[in-house]
Design a protein. Structure first.
Length: 252
């Protein structure tokens, strides 16, 4: 309960300010905050995003919206007939523009309205710009620390891991081996990136390590942000897609 003084009065009024909250972000919050939270680690979606309107569900929603409209603004005089209103709200499925389908979900959402409203002569330039923007963004993401950490994990897991764990010290040594000491990435920062990628950390008698969860690593392999020449990315993706089940490297 939080006390607040009443307006033009010497009396205090108490208010209940409790309420559940949802926070989403790309950086880890302070321990004082996360200790009071139920945390879910999210990863980038790799499934195709539906881009075609479900006419049955959309028609149902349209009917509900029309009913709300009739109940709330019935007092307004409207010269249109019901048939005219329905004609104005005719649904159009986004089944056209197949050339946009290779774009990622976010790029598609950004460029579809512009592409839809642009004259046909301008659409090739818009599509080319969208593809260039997506490639530029992807290349920038590949140079980030998370990509470097994942590359190290892939190249170290077969000969440096022990009983399903990989030391952060080994990952740091791999990343920092060719860097001047002033540019070394500390293990604490690497651990933070690993947790953001969905990989858990654990303490051992040799130092902090990550648990090599095969399901998460296979999922990250499908994310183009983490593909590198050392990963033989195309082959890795095909191998993952052909698997019928996923196991865990951690010995039970």
């Amino acid at each position: 309960m939080i006390p607040r003084m009443k307006e033009h009065s010497q009396e205090a009024e108490f208010f209940s300010v409790y309420g559940s909250k949802c926070i989403s972000g790309t950086e880890q919050l302070k321990a004082t905050t996360t200790s009071r939270m139920i945390t879910f680690v999210m990863t980038k979606n790799i499934r195709p995003i539906p881009r075609i309107i479900d006419k049955a569900e959309a028609s149902k929603l349209r009917g509900q919206l029309l009913m709300w409209r009739f109940k709330t603004i019935a007092k307004l005089k409207d010269s249109l007939t019901l048939q005219q209103k329905l004609a104005m709200t005719e649904l159009k499925a986004t089944t056209e523009f197949k050339e946009l389908e290779p774009l990622s979900g976010r790029t598609f959402e950004l460029f579809y309205p512009l592409y839809y409203s642009a004259p046909p002569t301008a659409r090739p330039n818009i599509l080319e710009f969208a593809k260039e923007l997506e490639q530029s963004k992807l290349q920038a993401e590949k140079t980030e620390l998370a990509s470097m950490v994942f590359e190290a994990i892939i190249n170290l897991k077969d000969h440096k891991a022990y009983k399903g764990i990989l030391l952060l010290a080994d990952i740091a040594q791999y990343i920092n081996s060719d860097q001047p000491i002033q540019y070394w990435i500390p293990e604490k920062t690497i651990a933070k990136k690993c947790r953001q990628m969905g990989l858990e950390t654990t303490r051992t008698n040799r130092g902090t390590a990550i648990l090599l969860n095969a399901q998460i690593i296979d999922r990250l392999k499908l994310d183009p942000r983490y593909s590198t020449d050392l990963l033989n990315y195309g082959e890795a993706v095909n191998e993952v897609k052909q698997k019928q089940g996923v196991s865990n490297w951690v010995d039970k």
